[in-house]
Ligand binder design. Structure first.
Ligand code: CP
Length: 309
């Protein structure tokens, strides 16, 4: 039963609940107008203390397409956080005005803290370099819709695996499905943090096959899914390191010639340089479809957490 629950960490949902949400999202894709009145009278509050295009706007679009309304702020400076109000007081207040909340915050653990004080369901829309569980739902729906299955896939995760919260969430989740193999492609300095590896690999009942490597070209022909990520400028402590690492990987049409014909390229976006524009017209590039799936899966999540039949 998902009604009334928070979604803070990708592990908050069981595999069966993940399937439940994905299946509802697929029903919404098939007949979106059947759901256009489902949330009439309900309000989604969006509390974005950090910039966003897709997550905030797809949450808002999701609630509007369900017949509900939205309120919120898109930067900390336009809220009373700028006057020194604590996160806890902000959450307690906005929970008085909305039926469900989506929050993004630059500090790791902020969503877990907020969840202790909210009186309505709270969704983590990204907490620092930690987790981004609704991006994972988006990624899962994209994989299901394009590959037909979440099992027995060879998945390459490429780029900033250290600070990339979308990677941390996706890895923790995809290791729960059978037969997946992970190729973790990054410079040494941007490897997956040990705490994520421990949670994703060591504590799983299934034994998980993974390899860490630096050169994308070495494994490109093996991949079913290539998940590209941006080097997360905002999480670096010094500009020189960012400048040195930012263009570590650039996927272009020449490299795509070595990939399988049915490989898919995902990217949570925003993109900077890591995928050349020429790749966009390749039918294997599904990152803009992925952005659209994000809206449908958030519609499904809102319905489930509000307990709307
Ligand atoms: N994928 C994602 O989180 O994008 P935004 O930062 O634009 O929300």
């Amino acid at each position: 039963m998902l009604k009334g629950r928070n979604l803070i960490n990708p592990d908050d949902l069981t595999v069966s609940e993940l399937h439940e949400i994905l299946s509802l999202a697929q029903k919404i894709i098939e007949s979106p107008f059947d759901f256009s009145d489902s949330c009439r009278g309900r309000i989604l509050g969006t509390l974005f203390f950090e910039p966003s295009t897709r997550t905030r706007l797809s949450f808002e679009a999701a609630m509007l397409r369900l017949g509900g309304s939205t309120l919120g702020f898109s930067e900390a400076l336009s809220s009373s956080a700028a006057k020194g109000e604590s996160l806890i007081d902000t959450i307690r207040t906005v929970a008085c005005y909305a039926d469900i909340l989506a929050m993004r915050h630059p500090k790791e653990g902020s969503a877990a803290l907020a969840s202790e004080y909210t009186t309505v369901p709270l969704i983590n829309a990204g907490d620092g370099g930690h987790y981004h569980p609704t991006q994972t739902l988006t990624d899962l729906l994209t994989i299901v819709e394009t590959k037909g299955d979440l099992e027995n896939l060879t998945i390459g995760l490429c780029g900033d695996l250290k600070f990339g919260r979308t990677v941390h969430s996706l890895l923790k989740t995809m290791t729960r499905f059978k037969g997946n193999r992970f190729l973790l492609i990054s410079p040494d300095e941007l490897q997956i943090p040990n705490y994520v590896k421990r949670l994703a690999f060591d504590e799983k009942a299934l034994s998980v096959d993974y390899v860490e490597l630096e050169r994308m070209e070495d494994v490109l022909p093996e991949l079913d899914v290539l998940y590209m990520t941006r080097v997360q400028k905002e999480r670096f402590f010094n500009e020189a390191d960012y400048v040195r690492l930012k263009d570590s990987y650039i996927l272009n049409a020449k490299k795509m010639r070595h990939a399988k014909e049915d490989m898919i390229v995902l990217h949570p976006l925003p993109r900077v340089n890591e995928i050349s524009l020429e790749v966009d017209s390749d039918p294997r590039a599904v990152y803009f479809q992925q952005a659209k799936f994000g809206m449908f899966v958030r519609m499904a999540l809102i319905l489930k957490l509000l307990g709307v039949e």
